[in-house]
Design a protein around this ligand. Sequence first.
Ligand SMILES: [Zn+2]
Length: 511
Amino acid sequence: MKKILFFSSLILVLFYNFVFFEKSFAVFKSIPFMISLGVLLFLFIALLQTIFYSKYTFKPFMIYLFITGSLSLYFMQKYGVVIDDKMIQNIFETDISEASDLFNYEVLGYFLVLGLLPSFIIYKLKINYLNIKQTFLFKLKYIPLLLLLIVANVYLFSKAYTSFFREYKPLRYYTNPTYPLYGLGKFIQRKYFIKKLKFKKVGGDAKLLPKEGKPKLFIFVTGEAARADHFSLNGYKRDTNPTLKKDKEITSFKNFYSCGTETAVSVPCMFSPLTRSNYKDSKAKSMSSLIDVLNYAGVRLLWIDNNSDSKGVAVRIKNYKNIKDSCHGECRDFKMLDGLDKFVKTPKTTFIVLHQMGSHGPEYYKRYDKKYEKFKPVCQTNQLNKCTRQSIINAYDNTIVATDAFLTKVKEFLKSHQDKYKVALWYVADHGESLGEKGIYLHGMPYFIAPDAQKHPASIIWFGKDFGISNQQMKKLKDKKLSQDYIFSSILDAMDVNTSIYNKKLDLYKQ
Ligand SMILES: [Zn+2]
């Protein structure tokens, strides 16, 4: 049994993955890492076979692997296409005449030699199957062992794997036949199991309370991958806050925690009435966000994005703008301030979100202008394994210097409108970032095992003198354990919006 597993996995790795190795080598140019990738793939296929091992499933599973493997290798090699869930959907939904367009003798050759032949051998093979008890023990022994070997292998090349899994995600699409298998699973799940949730309106009763005097203008800056302990405001030994440190009015929360460890979780969660403990992506995306509730209350809204997008938060409002592609290369965060003067010209209660590019990795060196390059030398590639850890940290710290200047600029903008508005600024980064501690880089680890560096983002708050909330009051909270759960109700309170979904316990100003 073990022999069959060993040889079939080996054959699949060696003969069905030319495209994968070719593409990976072009990026990493390292033979040892290619061997490690081969070993990883081998272990992974062996793991799948072990999981699917039973008298009734083993042969069909293997035949499926060889047949799909042969065809997907052909289409990857000749057409450069990847067999993913959408491609599988195409295969299921296409008709005979369309499919016959792709047929030729070459594909028949691949199918016969790499698909049918090994399938036939598997089919004819006499296997002395283990009985139920033996099968159970076999799986109990080999599944953990294979998992352990996979982890050990990844750990040995952790820097290269970080790049491989994060920056070069598409390389995975060429692993064969594992990716087509994953695609089939995803296709089945999408087609049969995912139900679209109906949109649930919450906070529909939101009303703006009448207040004396000037209207409010609140700017909320959503930061990117800025970890709290790399802000000198929070005690970092390097001076990464050269301008904000001179500002005696602001408060930097030193003990602030994020909802997730990646943008796709943290951003929707920050603006959701849900808290980290009951947050679910599908649920959050199908219910009103903070932006919607402010909208119901009649607050003038604007979301400017210099990152991917609002992650479903600001999709139901009129004033949404993504500036990301409007510059040569990428836009600096400062550009989000262009045209803001005009937007706030007529005084009206206004809430603006600026979603930063901030410290987006791994190419930190691309995130700032030369004048913010305070720490040198800097890592100048997205392949972190080619850089020293210090040069990666240097580049990252420079992004914090740039954010420091950006926040100062936002504050200056608000100050210049104090004659017509009561103004406020709150900066909260979406999550933190790992910078090589224990060999871990970037972010996105499952929350319960993620290091503090990824869960502990920076957050800075400031209120203009007549806003009604004092900076003194905020300073008392600087060491208190806070989290992104506080954003929703604190903003509603600050904007004088009255609604039944407001939660006093999660209001910063009532602490
Ligand atoms: Zn992020």
